[in-house]
Design a protein around this ligand. Structure first.
Ligand SMILES: NC(=O)c1ccc[n+]([C@@H]2O[C@H](COP(=O)([O-])OP(=O)(O)OC[C@H]3O[C@@H](n4cnc5c(N)ncnc54)[C@H](OP(=O)(O)O)[C@@H]3O)[C@@H](O)[C@H]2O)c1
Length: 248
């Protein structure tokens, strides 16, 4: 099959490309730095020529809710319209477990908009909701780190290895559309503050952690909100195995 990965240069995209190629598929890479922009539509029609399926793993940095909804919405609208014109058969969206249960977070509002547009749109679709990735905690502390200290919300999560996410996306993209896919999660629940401490230790990075609910993750994300539901596919790689591999 010929499969396009939107966000191919990103964290998950860069793993999804080889996961697809390793299964013998031809991959079209989409990202602004490669000259194809889903926000403006630049290069999209040419990129999707002869494509059978599209995996959307784009992401944008937006802290404002309206901006996140507008940008994620435009990316999805432009992709779906171009796919429809090109005769693509399957749109796969990577989403986040619990987006319907969290009101305030701007990124989550943008992902909800993507899910709405995909589910109501013209293309056969599969939405794959994933829990936080194994590197999530260190990514969050990097946002606020200053003078050797960083803030982090004490979230409860069941993190998944980025390479497992990529493998599942490659499998899903090469099959029939499935609508809402089961939540995908790693094998064990974790405390995000502990994850951050252990990831930074594994990377030899010293940072003092300050737990707080002030920031992008507020108390609406506390408790079991981010954990997978009963319909769940558990991916194999534990957080400890990922740490032992050098927390890549
Ligand atoms: N982090 C988590 O724990 C987690 C958990 C569950 C789900 N997710 C979801 O996973 C998805 C992928 O996350 P990630 O960490 O892999 O993101 P990332 O590393 O930030 O990569 C983002 C990708 O999107 C591309 N992109 C940005 N604007 C674009 C545009 N206008 N048109 C086309 N491509 C564009 C970027 O291209 P350039 O390199 O050219 O800028 C890059 O390839 C996100 O949607 C996120 O919501 C994340």
């Amino acid at each position: 099959m010929r499969i396009a990965v939107a966000g191919a240069t990103g964290h998950i995209g860069a793993l999804t490309v080889p996961a697809l190629e390793g299964r013998g598929h031809e991959v079209v890479r989409i990202s602004p730095s490669l000259g194809v922009d889903c926000l403006t539509g630049e290069g999209l029609d040419e990129a999707l020529e002869g494509v059978d399926a599209v995996v959307d793993v784009t992401s944008i940095a937006a802290t404002d809710r309206a901006e996140a909804v507008a940008s994620f919405g435009s990316i999805t609208r432009n992709l779906l319209a171009a796919e429809h014109r090109a005769g693509v058969c399957h749109h796969v969206l990577l989403s986040i477990v619990g987006v319907d249960r969290v009101e305030g977070n701007a990124h989550y509002a943008g992902k909800r908009e993507q899910e709405r547009l995909v589910a109501d749109g013209p293309m056969p679709w599969t939405i794959v909701p994933a829990t936080q990735f194994h590197d999530f905690a260190a990514m969050v502390t990097s946002w606020t780190e200053r003078d050797g200290a960083a803030t982090i919300a004490p979230l409860l999560v069941q993190p998944i290895a980025p390479s497992d996410v990529a493998d599942i996306l490659a499998e899903v993209a090469t099959g029939e559309s499935q609508g809402r896919y089961p939540d995908i999660a790693g094998p064990e629940p974790q405390d995000v503050v502990d994850m951050a401490r252990r990831t930074n230790d594994a990377r030899g990075h010293r940072v003092r952690l300050i737990p707080t609910w002030s920031g992008p993750f507020d108390t609406s994300m506390a408790g079991d909100v981010l954990l997978p539901g009963d319909r769940v596919r558990i991916a194999p790689t534990t957080f400890d195995e990922w740490l032992a591999a050098g927390a890549p």
